[in-house]
Design a protein. Structure first.
Lengths: 194, 71
């Protein structure tokens, strides 16, 4: 078991200490492995600030759910997997922004939403993406076309090349998935408030 | 059940009779109301997109017509 685990568990068991203070007193060199990943992240992202943000997120994820490692390489491999997942999140984030900007670019100027509205829409798009990402592409697409675009099942069926009956199944499935996430987030909120 | 109602009411084929039956279901007890509240929470997340141009990726329709689909 490496120091990474010990640190994560210590923080978990003793929330009174500020995590940074604990790193300092216990010797922050044990987190060297994480800092080494900054270089790797920077190479993947080409941006030092974003790499630092992701390294921070990697820390937080590790502290929230301490892992057991047999060796330092195993700990590194884990961090790399977590960081890679966070990179993918960021890429998705950028992809959505690009799609949104492309949409705005072809709009006549008079129809362009205000910067405030643009921000609200982008925020909603990211939330929806997070909500639907574990669904299959067709299920997610059918749901968005219905809930966001107000298309009928027949129109969606044509768009996706499936039957209206299948569209109905997709939408029911997606809604159930989202309702479960909403319920889970409500439980999370009440736990935080307690 | 709530998901089935959501699907039907947004299908584009819901009749006034369907809406009446939905109202009856909705007022039938706290369980259906609680379930519908979740449907509304989910629907609310899409609300900002209703008045905005929706980002669209290339679709079958746009490929066929060769024009970007802008609502």
């Amino acid at each position: 078991m490496t120091d990474l685990v010990a640190r994560g568990q210590a923080f978990d068991n003793d929330g009174r200490d500020h995590p940074e203070a604990r790193f300092e007193s216990d010797g922050r060199s044990s987190f060297q492995g994480v800092f080494e990943h900054l270089d790797w992240l920077r190479r993947r992202l080409g941006n030092a600030a974003e790499a630092a943000d992701l390294a921070h997120d990697t820390f937080i994820r590790l502290l929230r759910s301490p892992q057991q490692f047999d060796s330092q390489p195993a700990a590194r491999a884990y961090l790399r997997v977590v960081a890679n997942g966070l990179c993918i999140d960021l890429w998705r984030h950028r992809e959505i922004e690009r799609a949104w900007l492309d949409t705005l670019a072809v709009l006549p100027e008079a129809q362009a939403p205000s910067p405030e509205d643009q921000h609200i829409v982008l925020q909603a798009l990211h939330e929806i993406d997070t909500m639907l990402r574990s669904l299959s592409a067709k299920v997610a697409r059918a749901f968005v076309l219905s809930a966001a675009c107000g298309m009928t099942h027949q129109e969606i069926a044509y768009e996706l090349g499936v039957s209206s009956r299948t569209v109905r199944t997709y939408i029911t499935q997606a809604m159930l998935h989202c309702m479960r996430l909403e319920a889970a987030s409500l439980v999370g909120e009440s736990v935080e408030q307690a | 059940m709530a998901t089935t109602w959501f699907s039907l009411l947004n299908s584009g084929h819901a009749t006034p009779a369907d809406r009446e039956r939905w109202q009856i279901w909705l007022t039938s007890g706290p369980e259906s109301q609680a379930a519908w509240a979740f449907v509304e929470r989910v629907s609310q997340r899409f609300a900002p997109l209703h008045t905005a141009p929706t980002p669209r990726f290339p679709t079958r329709r746009t490929q066929i017509e060769g024009q970007p689909a802008i609502p």
